[in-house]
Design a protein around this ligand. Structure first.
Ligand SMILES: [Zn+2]
Length: 81
């Protein structure tokens, strides 16, 4: 076994752990990247849906007509997608 070679705690691949590397000592660069990678388009989509639901609730609470609410949320969806 090479010096500083460790087995990744996640994918069980062995790799050379460098001193001062980010993340855990037994966390390979690939798994570290997957954990810190920016959110995918899908996550952004989910976030958008949540915002739309929130908007719907707020409009409803203000007594806005269902018809107007669905038109506004559709407009927001069109912008996001
Ligand atoms: Zn790994």
């Amino acid at each position: 076994m090479a010096q500083n070679e460790v087995t990744c705690r996640y994918c069980k691949e062995s790799f050379v752990s460098r001193r001062g590397k980010p993340g855990y000592v037994d966390e390979c660069p690939n798994c570290l990247y997957e954990k810190t990678a920016p959110p995918s388009q899908k996550n952004i989509g989910n976030k958008g849906e949540r915002a739309i639901k929130r908007l719907e609730r707020e409009l409803r609470a203000q007594g806005v007509k269902e018809e107007v609410i669905s038109r506004s949320t559709q407009m927001v969806r069109d912008i996001w997608q």
